[in-house]
Design a protein around this ligand. Structure first.
Ligand code: FAD
Length: 434
């Protein structure tokens, strides 16, 4: 046994208040003097209990973690297991380009994403975890008169929905975003800015929800793959995993690009197709771009991370795939688009390239709610834009799982819209990928 009196920090074990859990300027200072040894682990890594849980959430991405957190926080359910087959935040939540906005067209989607943006605005404080939310604005460029018309229509729709939107002429765009090209091929005729849009650190969103959920008693079980469902008389009673059977009468699923495969094991068919979506970062450079920029005509979108890397997004690989890797044609196309916008970036080198598998619904609107299997709820269909939805997606799925009723904000997002035909076709309405 080590001799406590020989320890460099002998007072640590005698600390009356236990490990430091709350992050604050005071606790940072205190731990600074304590050699940073008093911090409690951010969340407890658990193993499954043999007894039944109140609820199981499958998928340790942002949506699953937020669901578990709001089940505990909003509905007092703390006997909840969160099952993740890899590590939390290792799916699309840790692979996206971190853009947050609510520039949607139809009231149902605009209200939902605006609610998410509102939750993001208070999330660091709510979770006691700095998610580095930076409301640096989100610009869309118009390069021809049709593009400009789409931006005008979007700005009007956003304002009618009570969402901040600013239309700018070419001169004003250039004044706000220095360095833009003056190319005759893609002239800049104007731009639409949502000033409250921006970025957040994606890992921090996952880790912050995990930490806050764990503090409320949620069990986070990593390396636990759900392989099947236990179904009795049309109702789910638990799941089969590589760690054995885990029981609960309420199961929520938030597994993004793997939704059809897993729901299929429960006998539920989802109208979703899975594609790879890629992103890239450049080598880091000094701060030169203080906003998020999307140019639909060149196919490029770009922002600069706090580390200085340019974060560049691309479009979907237009063939079905479960391979989480990029392809050369999109890399070339995204680079060409960025250089078209900012010729000065032509000398930068790419540092990393990756892909995630996204779950695309044909109307580009998510699916949140109950299925035909009793007790089995889904949160999926976020396509290329579910990071910005995480707080609202988790909030609404938790509400449905806990109360058995759809949350009013998500009542239009149920699976029955594919029977009734009440689709919300954001794909064609807003003119950008979601
Ligand atoms: C390159 C790229 C760029 C993007 N850019 C943006 C953007 O700028 N803004 C934006 O809003 N959105 C963006 N998105 C989309 C966004 O990242 C996703 O919509 C969002 O992260 C989905 O979150 P999720 O929690 O549903 O899924 P995920 O984060 O993928 O989490 C699902 C989890 O389920 C786990 N899982 C799967 N199967 C099982 C199983 N059988 N058992 C247990 N666990 C399982 C996976 O391991 C994974 O961790 C982007 C996506 C990509 C790929």
């Amino acid at each position: 046994m080590p001799d406590a009196t020989l320890s460099l920090h002998p007072r640590r074990s005698a600390r009356p208040s236990g490990p430091t859990r709350r992050y604050s300027a005071w606790s940072l200072l205190r731990e600074g003097f304590n050699g940073q040894r008093g911090w409690a682990p951010a969340w407890a890594d658990s193993v499954p209990r043999p007894t039944a849980y109140n609820a199981i959430v499958i998928g340790g991405g942002g949506h699953g973690l937020a669901t578990a957190y709001y089940l505990a926080k909003n509905h007092g359910l703390n006997n909840v297991a969160l099952l993740e087959r890899g590590w939390i935040g290792g799916g699309n939540t840790g692979r996206n380009t971190t853009i947050i906005r609510s520039n949607y067209f139809f009231p149902e989607t605009a209200n939902f994403f605006e609610f998410a943006l509102g939750l993001y605005e208070g999330l660091s404080r709510d979770l006691n975890y700095n998610i580095m939310f930076s409301q640096r604005g989100m610009w869309m460029l118009g390069h021809d008169r049709h593009g400009l018309e789409v931006l005008r229509r979007s700005a009007n729709a956003m304002r009618l929905n009570g969402i901040d939107a600013e239309l700018h002429d070419a001169e004003s765009v250039r004044a706000h975003i220095p360095g833009l090209n003056r190319s005759p091929r893609f002239p800049i005729l104007g731009g639409l800015n949502q000033p409250r849009g921006g970025t957040a650190r994606h890992d921090a969103v996952a880790w912050g929800y995990a930490r806050a959920a764990s503090a409320l008693g949620v069990q986070i079980i990593q390396n636990c793959e759900v392989q099947g469902f236990i179904v009795e008389r049309g109702h789910v009673r638990g799941v089969e995993t590589n760690l054995g059977v885990i029981r609960a009468d309420t199961v929520g699923m938030a597994v993004a690009g793997h939704s059809t495969v897993l729901a299929g094991k429960a006998g539920v068919r989802l109208p979703i197709s899975s594609y790879a979506l890629q992103a890239f970062v450049s080598e880091p450079i000094k701060p030169c771009l203080d906003t998020v920029l999307l140019s639909p005509a060149t196919g490029a979108y770009i922002s600069q991370s706090d580390k200085g890397e340019l974060v560049i997004g691309a479009g979907l690989d237009l063939y079905l795939s479960y391979a989480q890797r990029g392809s050369l044609p999109w890399m070339e196309r995204a680079a060409a688009g960025v250089v078209e916008l900012f010729p000065a970036f032509s000398r930068l080198r790419f540092l990393r390239q990756w892909a995630g598998i996204v779950d695309v619904v044909h109307d580009s609107t998510p699916i949140i709610g109950a299925t035909d299997l009793g007790g089995f709820y889904v949160n999926c269909g976020w396509g290329t834009g579910g990071f910005k939805a995480i707080p609202a997606g988790g909030w609404c799925l938790a509400h449905h799982m806990a109360t058995g009723k759809a949350h009013p904000l998500a009542s239009a997002f149920g699976l029955d819209r594919f029977r009734t035909g009440a689709l919300i076709d954001e794909a064609s309405a807003a003119g950008i990928a979601h």
